[in-house]
Design a binder for this molecule. Structure first.
Ligand SMILES: N[C@@H](CCC(=O)N[C@@H](CS)C(=O)NCC(=O)O)C(=O)O
Length: 212
Protein backbone atom coordinates (compact mmCIF):
# COMPACT_ATOMS: atom_id res chain seq x y z
CA UNK A 1 0.00 0.00 0.00
CA UNK A 2 1.37 3.39 -0.94
CA UNK A 3 0.49 6.21 1.36
CA UNK A 4 1.53 9.78 1.57
CA UNK A 5 1.15 11.35 4.96
CA UNK A 6 1.21 14.93 6.01
CA UNK A 7 4.75 15.71 6.95
CA UNK A 8 4.49 14.80 10.60
CA UNK A 9 7.48 14.50 12.87
CA UNK A 10 10.11 11.84 12.31
CA UNK A 11 12.87 10.73 14.65
CA UNK A 12 16.41 9.89 13.59
CA UNK A 13 18.79 8.14 15.99
CA UNK A 14 22.44 8.84 15.35
CA UNK A 15 25.14 11.48 15.25
CA UNK A 16 25.92 14.45 13.04
CA UNK A 17 29.39 13.05 12.23
CA UNK A 18 27.89 10.00 10.54
CA UNK A 19 27.84 9.71 6.74
CA UNK A 20 24.73 7.55 6.79
CA UNK A 21 22.84 9.68 9.29
CA UNK A 22 23.53 12.71 7.11
CA UNK A 23 22.07 10.95 4.06
CA UNK A 24 18.79 10.49 5.93
CA UNK A 25 18.85 14.06 7.24
CA UNK A 26 19.38 15.44 3.73
CA UNK A 27 16.41 13.42 2.44
CA UNK A 28 14.24 14.74 5.29
CA UNK A 29 15.27 18.32 4.52
CA UNK A 30 14.58 17.81 0.82
CA UNK A 31 11.06 16.59 1.63
CA UNK A 32 10.44 19.29 4.23
CA UNK A 33 9.92 16.77 7.03
CA UNK A 34 10.49 18.03 10.59
CA UNK A 35 12.57 15.64 12.69
CA UNK A 36 14.41 15.18 15.94
CA UNK A 37 17.94 13.81 16.03
CA UNK A 38 18.32 11.65 19.13
CA UNK A 39 22.03 11.35 19.90
CA UNK A 40 23.53 7.89 19.58
CA UNK A 41 27.31 7.70 19.52
CA UNK A 42 28.43 4.42 17.99
CA UNK A 43 32.00 5.12 18.99
CA UNK A 44 31.30 5.86 22.67
CA UNK A 45 33.72 4.11 25.06
CA UNK A 46 30.86 2.80 27.16
CA UNK A 47 29.19 1.33 24.06
CA UNK A 48 25.67 1.82 22.81
CA UNK A 49 22.71 2.38 25.13
CA UNK A 50 21.24 -1.01 26.05
CA UNK A 51 17.86 -0.22 24.52
CA UNK A 52 19.34 0.80 21.15
CA UNK A 53 19.75 -2.86 20.16
CA UNK A 54 15.98 -3.06 19.80
CA UNK A 55 16.10 -0.28 17.21
CA UNK A 56 19.13 -1.57 15.34
CA UNK A 57 20.23 -5.17 16.04
CA UNK A 58 23.48 -4.57 14.13
CA UNK A 59 24.43 -1.60 16.30
CA UNK A 60 24.83 0.93 13.50
CA UNK A 61 23.44 4.41 12.94
CA UNK A 62 21.01 5.67 11.74
CA UNK A 63 17.83 4.18 13.09
CA UNK A 64 14.53 5.85 12.27
CA UNK A 65 10.99 6.08 13.58
CA UNK A 66 7.89 7.71 12.16
CA UNK A 67 4.44 7.48 13.69
CA UNK A 68 5.32 4.22 15.48
CA UNK A 69 6.97 2.67 12.42
CA UNK A 70 10.61 1.72 13.05
CA UNK A 71 13.18 1.24 10.33
CA UNK A 72 16.92 0.82 9.90
CA UNK A 73 19.19 0.66 6.82
CA UNK A 74 19.68 4.01 5.15
CA UNK A 75 18.42 3.05 1.68
CA UNK A 76 15.19 1.71 3.12
CA UNK A 77 14.78 4.84 5.25
CA UNK A 78 15.35 7.32 2.42
CA UNK A 79 12.95 5.47 0.12
CA UNK A 80 10.36 5.46 2.89
CA UNK A 81 10.93 9.17 3.47
CA UNK A 82 10.44 9.84 -0.22
CA UNK A 83 7.32 7.72 -0.56
CA UNK A 84 5.59 8.38 2.77
CA UNK A 85 5.81 12.15 2.80
CA UNK A 86 4.66 14.88 0.49
CA UNK A 87 7.17 17.09 -1.27
CA UNK A 88 9.24 16.75 -4.41
CA UNK A 89 9.81 13.18 -5.57
CA UNK A 90 13.36 12.04 -4.96
CA UNK A 91 13.18 9.01 -7.26
CA UNK A 92 12.95 9.21 -11.06
CA UNK A 93 9.71 7.97 -12.64
CA UNK A 94 11.56 6.66 -15.66
CA UNK A 95 12.32 2.98 -15.11
CA UNK A 96 15.87 3.14 -16.42
CA UNK A 97 16.76 6.32 -14.57
CA UNK A 98 15.40 4.73 -11.39
CA UNK A 99 17.48 1.62 -12.02
CA UNK A 100 20.52 3.85 -12.51
CA UNK A 101 19.76 5.64 -9.25
CA UNK A 102 19.55 2.31 -7.41
CA UNK A 103 22.75 1.11 -9.07
CA UNK A 104 24.65 4.24 -8.04
CA UNK A 105 23.42 3.97 -4.44
CA UNK A 106 24.61 0.35 -4.29
CA UNK A 107 27.94 1.35 -5.80
CA UNK A 108 28.36 4.08 -3.19
CA UNK A 109 27.69 1.60 -0.37
CA UNK A 110 29.84 -1.20 -1.73
CA UNK A 111 32.71 0.49 -3.57
CA UNK A 112 32.97 4.12 -2.39
CA UNK A 113 32.17 4.42 1.32
CA UNK A 114 35.09 2.41 2.69
CA UNK A 115 37.86 3.66 0.38
CA UNK A 116 36.75 7.30 0.22
CA UNK A 117 35.76 7.76 3.85
CA UNK A 118 37.79 5.27 5.89
CA UNK A 119 40.88 4.61 3.79
CA UNK A 120 41.46 8.15 2.52
CA UNK A 121 39.60 10.69 4.69
CA UNK A 122 39.96 9.04 8.10
CA UNK A 123 43.58 8.04 7.52
CA UNK A 124 44.72 11.36 6.07
CA UNK A 125 42.67 13.75 8.22
CA UNK A 126 42.03 11.96 11.51
CA UNK A 127 44.80 9.41 12.07
CA UNK A 128 48.30 10.05 13.32
CA UNK A 129 50.43 8.54 11.89
CA UNK A 130 48.42 7.86 8.73
CA UNK A 131 48.63 4.45 7.09
CA UNK A 132 50.05 5.54 3.74
CA UNK A 133 49.59 2.10 2.17
CA UNK A 134 45.89 2.17 3.05
CA UNK A 135 45.56 5.66 1.58
CA UNK A 136 47.24 4.52 -1.63
CA UNK A 137 44.99 1.48 -2.08
CA UNK A 138 41.97 3.57 -1.05
CA UNK A 139 42.77 6.11 -3.75
CA UNK A 140 43.06 3.38 -6.36
CA UNK A 141 39.67 1.98 -5.33
CA UNK A 142 38.20 5.50 -5.33
CA UNK A 143 39.60 6.03 -8.84
CA UNK A 144 37.93 2.83 -10.02
CA UNK A 145 34.64 3.99 -8.49
CA UNK A 146 34.85 7.50 -9.97
CA UNK A 147 35.71 6.13 -13.41
CA UNK A 148 32.76 3.74 -13.27
CA UNK A 149 30.44 6.50 -12.09
CA UNK A 150 31.66 8.79 -14.89
CA UNK A 151 30.86 6.07 -17.38
CA UNK A 152 27.27 5.87 -16.13
CA UNK A 153 26.47 9.57 -16.20
CA UNK A 154 24.22 10.80 -18.96
CA UNK A 155 23.60 14.45 -19.69
CA UNK A 156 22.94 15.18 -16.06
CA UNK A 157 23.16 17.52 -14.42
CA UNK A 158 22.29 15.09 -11.59
CA UNK A 159 23.72 11.64 -11.10
CA UNK A 160 20.59 9.80 -12.27
CA UNK A 161 19.21 12.31 -14.75
CA UNK A 162 17.67 15.74 -15.03
CA UNK A 163 16.28 15.93 -11.48
CA UNK A 164 18.01 15.45 -8.13
CA UNK A 165 17.44 11.98 -6.69
CA UNK A 166 18.35 9.82 -3.72
CA UNK A 167 21.56 8.89 -5.56
CA UNK A 168 22.81 12.48 -5.29
CA UNK A 169 21.96 12.73 -1.61
CA UNK A 170 23.50 9.33 -0.84
CA UNK A 171 26.74 10.50 -2.44
CA UNK A 172 27.04 13.91 -0.79
CA UNK A 173 28.38 12.94 2.67
CA UNK A 174 30.98 10.62 1.18
CA UNK A 175 32.23 13.25 -1.26
CA UNK A 176 32.21 15.93 1.45
CA UNK A 177 34.68 13.93 3.53
CA UNK A 178 36.75 12.62 0.63
CA UNK A 179 37.46 16.08 -0.75
CA UNK A 180 38.83 17.24 2.61
CA UNK A 181 41.89 15.09 1.99
CA UNK A 182 44.22 16.83 -0.48
CA UNK A 183 44.54 13.58 -2.44
CA UNK A 184 40.74 13.42 -2.65
CA UNK A 185 40.50 16.94 -4.10
CA UNK A 186 43.23 16.11 -6.60
CA UNK A 187 41.53 12.90 -7.71
CA UNK A 188 38.13 14.56 -8.08
CA UNK A 189 39.71 17.19 -10.34
CA UNK A 190 40.45 14.43 -12.85
CA UNK A 191 36.73 13.75 -13.34
CA UNK A 192 35.29 16.92 -14.82
CA UNK A 193 31.60 15.95 -14.90
CA UNK A 194 31.63 14.64 -11.35
CA UNK A 195 33.57 17.69 -10.17
CA UNK A 196 30.94 19.96 -11.81
CA UNK A 197 28.13 17.95 -10.14
CA UNK A 198 29.85 18.28 -6.77
CA UNK A 199 30.32 22.05 -7.15
CA UNK A 200 26.63 22.34 -8.03
CA UNK A 201 25.27 20.34 -5.11
CA UNK A 202 27.59 21.31 -2.27
CA UNK A 203 25.87 24.66 -1.62
CA UNK A 204 22.32 23.28 -1.87
CA UNK A 205 20.26 24.18 1.20
CA UNK A 206 19.77 20.58 2.47
CA UNK A 207 23.48 19.94 2.07
CA UNK A 208 24.67 23.14 3.73
CA UNK A 209 22.16 22.76 6.59
CA UNK A 210 23.33 19.25 7.44
CA UNK A 211 27.06 20.01 7.16
CA UNK A 212 29.41 19.70 10.09
N1 LIG B 1 24.17 -0.45 6.15
C1 LIG B 1 24.03 0.62 7.11
C2 LIG B 1 25.39 1.26 7.34
C3 LIG B 1 25.35 2.29 8.44
C4 LIG B 1 26.75 2.54 9.00
O1 LIG B 1 27.72 1.84 8.66
N2 LIG B 1 26.83 3.53 9.88
C5 LIG B 1 28.10 3.81 10.52
C6 LIG B 1 28.24 5.29 10.82
S1 LIG B 1 28.32 6.25 9.33
C7 LIG B 1 28.16 3.07 11.82
O2 LIG B 1 27.17 2.92 12.49
N3 LIG B 1 29.35 2.58 12.17
C8 LIG B 1 29.58 1.92 13.43
C9 LIG B 1 30.28 0.61 13.27
O3 LIG B 1 30.69 0.28 12.14
O4 LIG B 1 30.40 -0.08 14.28
C10 LIG B 1 23.02 1.64 6.57
O5 LIG B 1 22.82 1.70 5.35
O6 LIG B 1 22.40 2.35 7.38
Amino acid sequence: MKMTTANTFATVYGATYSVYVRIVRIALHEKGVPYDLVPINVFAEQGLPADYQARHPFGRIPAFEHDGFRLYETSAITRYVDEAFSGPSLQPRDVRERARMNQIIAMLDNYAYRPMVWDVYVQRMETEPADEALIATGLEKARTFLAALSGLLGEGPWLAGSEPSLADFHAVPMFALFEQAPEGTALLAEFAQIRAWWEGIRTRSSVATTGA
